[in-house]
Design a protein around this ligand. Sequence first.
Ligand code: HEM
Length: 526
Amino acid sequence: MESFLISPSFLVAACAALIYIVAGAFRRLFLSPVAQFPGPTLAALTFWYEFYYDVLCKGRYTWKIQELHELYGPVVRINPHELHIFDPAFYDSVYVGPSRRTDKWAYSARMFGTSLAAVGTTGHELHRLRRSALNGFFSKRSISKLEPTIQRVIEHACHQLQSRGLNGRILDLRNFFAAFSADVIGEVAFGSGYGLLDKPDFEPGWQKLMMDLSRATHLMKQFPWAYSILNSIPPYLVSLVHPLTKRLFDIRSDVHLKIEQTRVSIKEPNYLGAKEKENPTVLHSILSSPNLPTPELTTPRLEDEAFTLLGAGTITTAHTLTSILYYILASPVIRFQLEAELSAQQSLGLKVLEHLPYLTAVISEGLRLSFGVSHRLPRVSPDTALNYHNTIDGKQHDYTIPPSVPISMTQMFTHLDPTIYASPHTFKPSRWLASTCATDEEKEELRLRKQHLIPFSKGTRMCAGMYLAYAELYLMVGALFAPDGLGRKMKLFETSVEDVECVHDFFNPSPKLGSKGMRVVLENNF
Ligand code: HEM
């Protein structure tokens, strides 16, 4: 062993490795386009810094970034290549519309393991193309046509909730809403639900699986090859090690089958007269999109796209609904006002609900405190330098951020900024209500609050399913607190704010690990 360590070939290899590391460190510290920006040296040197907080400390880098801003100011270098900005006023300069080319940074795009889907597409042009095939299906107009389908799933969900909650049985709304949001996507996007609402206890494994996948995004980012390895292992072997993934593979096979069936059905001569014309699935929509060239219509790509919808639309919507329900049930005053507003309505269709001021305020406040996603969202502006100027606490901050530098911001920081939202951790729907005798200053403050509510992000990469999400939120909360709604019977069971409040960033927000869920019982339900 000793002789190996002093052998010439070992010494050459060791010297080469040392030179490589020192040169790499020198390049990152002094030659990088972000070398002049403030931040911890360790973060500038290596991604292991972020790994430590996000992987070893379980999704805690977001809070460390917050501390770094207190130390270094509004613009901080948080890893060898990326700058993070903590200044809500700058949001619209980073998350822009199609007029400025905006890429996703490859390092963060690979978090999702779906490089063929819009969400994992890095380049601006290809993303615009892929996104155009989704936009029609998820437009406000199309979603309003899907209202009867969503209503049907809600009726079924409430029926199941009532029967599961008989005799004071404890119900976990976190699992309930995860099953609900997945079944909605199944119904509206693929033509049939996944039956999760019919499973015992609303299949708790589903919510857990979605959160496990969400948590794995930190590893995907750091070790992209892990996904290729996982993909090459036969599904039955993966299911042996992680039994929950069996359901995922089943869904993937189902999606595969539906893609092939849709491919055949749209070629049929009477396709446009068929029932699909009334209720086209997202697969019909993509496969008959006039803009997509043939390479964009392969089965693996469509599988990625379809699968993303399930991932993107399940935990986000479920977490928002869970948070909203917690805050309503925890506050008799809020509950009373909501019930009073809903009791005064003749009908509770989506168009009516969307115009109810108090319900809208409750939903906005729920979206504010559930953040959308808890992770920062990096964007790259390949052609344009961005200029940042602001004076904070009497200190001037001026930066020119060169083109192609990944820049990220975090929705949670904006939603909890006390200069925009007073007492930011308090669930306070009244902050969204316009008073008839408001002063100009108060009107301006309300405008700013609305402008800074960004759970779906903004710009070209903003959420594709926003209108579907809003429809689910309005219709579900409306149904639960309607005069005969089940929400009126609900009582929290051994649940506190710690069971909904985000303390781990697994891309999706997670409450404390070990939480037993958002548990309720239904009173007088025998
Ligand atoms: C309250 C519920 C929801 C919230 C807060 C939310 C939030 C977000 C956010 C912040 C992004 C940007 C992610 C990024 O930049 O990497 C996003 C992307 C996306 N969301 Fe949602 N989402 C919700 C529900 C849904 C639903 C129901 C669907 C559809 C079934 C959906 C589909 C998508 C898709 C496809 C993307 C990728 C868009 C792209 O990259 O072009 N989302 N969502």
